[in-house]
Design a protein around this ligand. Structure first.
Ligand code: KG4
Ligand code: ZN
Length: 330
């Protein structure tokens, strides 16, 4: 079965073709085109929804054409269309959803709406098939969620952030430190030259009984520290970055490993943009098998959307699909 995936929930415009086989089961990536308006947002230090959506209107058709071309798949050979319908920015989601609905109608192909967060989890099922039940940590710019994947289609939400997402904290702190946008990779790079024990930042909710997170206090702690320092030099930025990175990673890793033991899962699945962080990957190592997608599948992409659609194969009539910016776990 060949699935065309479409993802436009935030600033990326992405289309991918996967060839999936239920017998094996395997998901083979034939193409995964990602066009990002990130350079436009780097100038403003954050995403401007209208600018993101305008870029997506421009790129969606060329990106889909390129995905078909690179996969050497002729249009009639596509069996199903999968599209992100939420959560995300409404203008951005509408571009993908309306394009997918139109193609579904014109090509007469079934269409599967995919929850972007569930898509992130299934980035882990593209090259390998993790054993389930599995525990998934989704850490991106908009979300920090711990969920239990009992079986395909059966997900239990265990906890999430009460305020800022982990990636959002990195982005906001990066801005405070005068680093480039997005803050996550910039902080990771600066931290490589820094000492993580020079500044000790709070690790909120580390010992709480639930599986919730909170990162907004960390941003405030960095703000106070920056105010105290008269002139931030490069070494200080590096040391603060290292301190921030280890605070975020400590909380993420310890809570995830605690949940994994409590629910006796067979694998741990990392996903979302922050999963690109090397130190986080190292901290997640335990006796339970860890899966992390390659970096280009950690950040937003359409391959993960096609993969999620394959393992949760529920086509619906295109007339019944609407973009839902507030979509969450059921
Ligand atoms: O999944 P994603 O591409 O978009 C959302 O759906 O939000 O995640 C983007 C987030 C940003 O906050 C970015 O700072 C963070 O992922 N990020 C990282 C790294 N690469 C991206 N955070 C920490 N370390 C990284 N290497
Ligand atoms: Zn995402």
């Amino acid at each position: 079965m060949r699935i065309l995936g479409i993802e436009t929930s935030c600033d990326e415009t992405s289309a991918a073709i996967v060839e999936a086989n239920l017998q094996a089961p395997t998901v083979k990536l034939l193409s995964n085109i990602i066009s990002s308006s990130l350079p436009l947002h780097a100038k403003t230090g954050g995403i401007i929804p209208e600018i993101a959506a305008r870029g997506q209107v421009k790129y969606i058709i060329p990106v889909i054409e390129q995905a078909l071309k690179e996969s050497n798949i002729y249009r009639p050979e596509i069996d199903t269309i999968a599209v992100t319908y939420g959560p995300g920015l409404i203008g951005s989601l509408l571009v993908g959803v309306e394009t997918a609905k139109t193609l579904s109608y014109v090509w007469n192909k079934p269409i599967i709406p995919v929850n972007h967060l569930i898509g992130h989890i299934y980035a882990n099922f593209i090259y390998e098939i993790p054993k389930i039940p599995a525990l998934a940590l989704i850490v991106s710019g908009g979300h920090t969620d711990l969920v239990l994947l009992k079986e395909h289609g059966k997900i239990k939400w265990l906890g999430g952030t009460r305020d800022d997402a982990a990636g959002e904290a990195f982005d906001k702190i990066g801005r405070l430190l005068g680093l480039s946008y997005p803050g996550g990779p910039a902080i990771e790079k600066a931290a490589q030259q820094g000492k993580s024990n020079r500044f000790t930042f709070p690790r909120p909710l580390l010992d709480s009984e639930d599986f919730d997170f909170s990162f907004s206090g960390l941003k405030t702690a960095v703000f106070r520290e920056v105010q105290k320092i008269k002139k931030l030099n490069e070494q200080m930025v590096n040391d603060i970055s290292a301190g921030v990175q280890s605070a975020v990673i400590d909380v993420l890793a310890q809570k995830t490993l605690k949940a994994a033991q409590r629910y006796k899962v067979r694998s741990i699945l990392l996903s979302g943009g922050v999963a690109a962080n090397q130190k986080l990957r190292e901290a997640m190592q335990s006796s339970i098998e860890l899966f992390v997608p390659p970096k280009n599948l950690c950040t937003d992409n359409a391959a993960m959307i096609a993969s999620a659609a394959f393992f949760n194969y529920k086509p619906i009539d295109w007339r019944h699909i609407t973009a839902d910016p507030e979509l969450y776990f059921d």
